[in-house]
Design a protein. Structure first.
Length: 379
């Protein structure tokens, strides 16, 4: 099948969740024998078109150069659709996008809309208030039009899709590259390069340091444990690198995706300390498909996270990891101490975590699910 995959606001390669998602989906579908043409943003002096990872990458630009104006890429996407004659168009949803779905509708092509963030307005949404002031609610009408025009949708949570579109929506989670993220990537040399003391239990957080990622909760817990010489905290991502402030650990700053498997495998415990009170959209439900959780599990690490669905389904208490009370540094500190003092428990949970991700949450499984939907809408 020839697939035109539109993710115009994403830069690939990159180290954000969105760029990783686009890379893994595009090359995952290509690995399944499909001809994939991925439309991504232009950055720096990169060429407009090149082939790597089995995918044809088309870099486009529009003006003004801000993702709020992504809809202005519609003409370029339409021209690509005319030239490539794809069997189906996929689009990574964005509020101000729609160029892929609408180009497909104009040409009578089936379209699959990937919904990774809410189509619906959350309670108290500023965007909804502005939309209401415009009387005809153009933002909501545009989003709902995309859902109506799409032949099918995929989303990690049905509740973030309008009710009328749920019958044609398939629930699909993100995943991990289980061939790259694996326990065998563990290296004492890498541990030493990260500053992890010999014999210490390394606790890893990785992410973009958004407020709802809960880094503040983790660092507060780490400060409560500053007296513990057996614990060392490694924080990968975020805007800056340097020594930890008030606890034993290090901030690594942004890490290239290609390096992350060895960084994750160098740790002993993975932590995803989400604070859902810091993101109003999460009132609709925990729609965030936790990429970093899948990667720590794939690397054979026991994972500590909050007791909230669907995290409790992914990381089962006492099976693949442990839960703590959301927003409570003391609760998190207690769980970390328990794991630090129980190497056999860490090993059992980590082995279970690896098996669970391979069986249920790999990018290969994700792409197989996408393929099923694509074959249904474009037989």
């Amino acid at each position: 099948m020839r697939i035109l995959y539109v993710a115009s606001d994403q830069l690939v390669p990159g180290n954000t969740g969105g760029s990783v998602h686009v890379l893994e989906v595009a090359r995952g579908l290509a690995a399944r024998g499909h001809e994939v043409h991925a439309v991504i943003g232009q950055a720096g002096g990169a060429s407009d078109r090149e082939r790597w990872e089995g995918v044809e990458w088309h870099r486009i630009r529009w003006a003004p150069r801000h993702r709020f104006f992504r809809f202005r890429a519609r003409h370029q996407v339409g021209a690509l659709a005319d030239a490539l004659r794809p069997h189906a168009v996929m689009e990574r949803y964005y509020n101000f996008g729609g160029e892929g779905v609408l180009a497909a509708a104009e040409r009578g092509l089936p379209a699959l809309l990937e919904v990774n963030s809410p189509v619906l307005d959350h309670p108290g949404s500023l965007k909804a208030a502005l939309d209401g002031l415009l009387l005809v609610r153009p933002f909501r009408r545009h989003r709902e039009r995309l859902c109506r025009e799409a032949s099918a949708l995929v989303s990690p949570l049905l509740e973030i899709v309008p009710a009328f579109a749920r019958p044609k929506t398939v629930t699909v989670t993100w995943g991990a590259n289980v061939d790259a993220f694996r326990p065998e990537e563990r290296s004492q040399a890498v541990r030493r390069s990260l500053g992890i003391p010999d014999g210490a239990v390394a606790v890893l957080f990785s992410g973009s340091f958004r407020p709802w990622h809960g880094v503040h909760v983790l660092e507060a817990a780490a400060r409560q444990l500053a007296h513990r010489e057996d614990l060392f905290f490694v924080l990968a991502g975020g805007p800056a690198s340097g020594p930890a402030a008030g606890y034993r650990g290090v901030r690594l700053g942004a890490i290239a995706y290609q390096r992350m498997p060895e960084v994750v495998a160098a740790a002993d415990i993975g932590v995803a300390p989400y604070d859902t009170t810091r993101l109003a959209q999460l009132r609709l439900g925990f729609f965030w498909s936790p990429l970093k959780v899948f990667e720590t599990m794939a690397s054979g690490l026991p994972t500590v996270t909050i007791a909230r669905h669907p995290l409790t389904e992914i990381v089962r208490e006492g099976e693949e990891g442990l839960h703590f009370q959301e927003g409570d540094p003391a609760s998190l500190a207690s769980v970390l101490v328990r794991l630090a003092e129980a190497p056999a428990l860490r090993q059992r949970l980590g082995q279970n975590a690896r098996r669970r991700v391979v069986a249920h949450y790999s990018w290969a499984n994700h792409c197989a699910a996408l393929e099923d939907v694509l074959k249904r809408i474009a037989p």
